[in-house]
Design a protein around this ligand. Structure first.
Ligand code: ADP
Length: 356
C-alpha cells in the first residue's frame, strides 16, 4: 500500500501560554510529524487494538466490497483527536490493497486544490480528509457529485457564456475524519454510507496498546507500569504513546532501571505534572476557574474561553471531552458545571459548591 500525503499535516497543536501541552491529543510528536514514519502506528486489523464495534462494521464492509470487487462505501469517522481515525484509514487501505491519499481540509482551501486531488484519483483509491468539517463551501459543493455519482462538475467560462463540464471520476472511497460532526453540513454527511464514532479506550485496551508500543521501542515495562500509564493517558492512544516516550526518557537517564515499573512511571509523570487521573495544569486551571470564579458554575463556554485565553473550539474539542467522560464536568443549557467528584479530586472545599 502506498501512502501519498498532500497538503498540510494535522492542524497545529494548541499552546497554553506559549507552552506545548504534553496531554494535547492533537499534537503530533516530532518523530511522527510525517504520519507514514510513525513507527508505533498499527499497520493491520490485528494491530489495531480496541474499538471492536467499529472494526466489526468495517471488516464486514471491506470483505463485501473485496468480494464484489467494488470500491468501499464512503466512511465518516468522528471523535476526539488521537483515537485512531487516521490509523483506521491507513489500515482500511491496507486491507483493501489500495493506495491511501492523506490530506486535511485546511490544505484544500482553493477550488483548484480539491479539483486537482479528485482528478488524480485512481480506481478504488482511498482518500482521507482530516478535519473534514473545515472544508470550504465551494470544496463541499465540488464533493457532492464526486461522492454520489463519481463525477466532477466544472463551470467553464463566465457570465452568459458559462457552461458546466462534467468529468467522470474513477470510483473511489472517501474517509472523512472530524472532531466536530455537528459542524458538517447535512448534504455532505448524508453522502457517507458508513458513519461511526470512535470512543475513548478502555483500560485493558490501553494496556495492550502501551505494551505493544513498549515492545516496539525496546523498553521493558511491567504490567503495573503499563496500567499506570493507561490510567493517566485520558483514554487516548496518542497520549499513551507520548507518555510512554517520556517515561522511557526518564528511565534512560536514571541509571540501573532494568524494568520500568509503577514507581518509575509515577516519578517521571510527576515531573510533567500529570496527575493520577491524567489531568494537567490546563485541566486544573479550567476546573479551578469555574469553581473559584463562578461557584462551580454554570458558566458559558465563551466566558471560559475569554477568561482562560483559549479558543472556545479548543476548549470544546480538546479539554472538555475527557473531563465530561470522567464525570468532572457537566454541560447544561445554562453552561458548564463542575461536579463534586472534580472538587474532591482537586481537594477543594466541598462547601464552595452551590446548588445547580
Ligand atoms: P486521530 O487521527 O484520531 O487523531 P491517529 O490515528 O493519528 O488519531 O492515532 C494517533 C496515534 O495513536 C497513532 O499514531 C497510533 O500510534 C496510536 N493509535 C491510535 N489508535 C490505535 C489503536 N487502536 N491501537 C494502537 N495504537 C493506536
Amino acid at each position: 500500500m502506498a501512502i501519498v500525503s498532500s497538503g498540510s499535516q494535522k492542524s497545529s497543536s494548541y499552546n497554553l501560554n506559549g507552552k506545548t501541552r504534553l496531554l494535547d491529543p492533537k499534537r503530533l510528536e516530532a518523530e511522527t510529524k510525517k504520519r507514514k514514519d510513525d513507527s508505533l502506528r498499527p499497520q493491520c486489523w490485528n494491530e489495531f487494538i480496541g474499538q471492536s464495534e467499529l472494526k466489526e462494521v468495517l471488516s464486514i464492509s471491506v470483505k463485501a466490497s473485496l468480494s464484489r470487487q467494488e470500491a468501499l462505501d464512503h466512511v465518516l469517522l468522528y471523535g476526539p483527536p488521537g483515537l485512531g481515525k487516521t490509523t483506521m484509514a491507513l489500515v482500511l487501505a491496507k486491507e483493501l490493497g489500495v493506495e491511501c491519499r492523506i490530506t486535511s481540509a485546511p490544505a484544500l482551501e482553493r477550488p483548484r486544490d480539491i479539483i486537482g486531488l479528485l482528478l488524480n484519483l485512481k480506481p478504488h483509491q482511498l482518500l482521507f480528509i482530516d478535519e473534514i468539517h473545515r472544508l470550504t463551501k465551494v470544496a463541499q459543493e465540488l464533493l457532492y457529485p464526486a461522492l454520489e455519482d463519481f463525477r466532477l462538475d466544472l463551470t467553464v467560462g463566465k457570465g452568459t457564456t458559462a457552461r458546466t463540464r462534467e468529468i467522470a471520476l474513477p470510483r473511489f472511497t472517501l474517509v472523512g475524519a472530524t472532531t466536530s460532526p455537528a459542524s458538517i453540513s447535512s448534504p455532505l454527511r448524508d453522502r457517507f454510507g458508513i458513519t461511526h464514532r470512535l470512543n475513548f479506550y478502555h483500560l485493558e485496551d490501553l494496556e495492550k496498546i502501551i505494551q505493544r508500543a513498549a515492545d516496539l521501542l525496546g523498553l521493558s515495562l511491567s504490567a503495573a507500569g503499563s496500567l499506570e500509564i493507561a490510567r493517566r493517558c485520558r483514554g487516548t492512544p496518542r497520549i499513551a504513546n507520548r507518555l510512554l516516550r517520556r517515561v522511557r526518557d526518564f528511565a534512560t537517564v536514571k541509571e540501573n532501571i532494568q524494568t520500568v515499573d509503577k514507581s518509575v512511571v509515577d516519578e517521571s509523570l510527576k515531573l510533567h505534572r500529570v496527575d493520577e487521573c491524567g489531568l494537567d495544569q490546563t485541566d486544573r486551571r479550567f476546573l479551578s476557574f469555574i469553581i473559584e470564579a463562578h461557584d462551580c458554575g454554570p458558566v458559558g463556554l465563551e466566558t471560559l474561553a475569554a477568561a482562560l485565553g483559549e479558543e472556545s473550539s479548543t476548549l470544546e474539542t480538546v479539554v472538555e471531552p475527557f473531563l465530561l467522560q470522567i464525570g468532572f464536568l457537566k454541560r447544561t443549557p445554562r453552561g458548564r458545571i463542575v461536579t463534586s467528584a472534580a472538587i474532591e479530586h482537586l481537594n477543594f472545599d466541598e462547601s464552595m459548591r452551590v446548588s445547580s
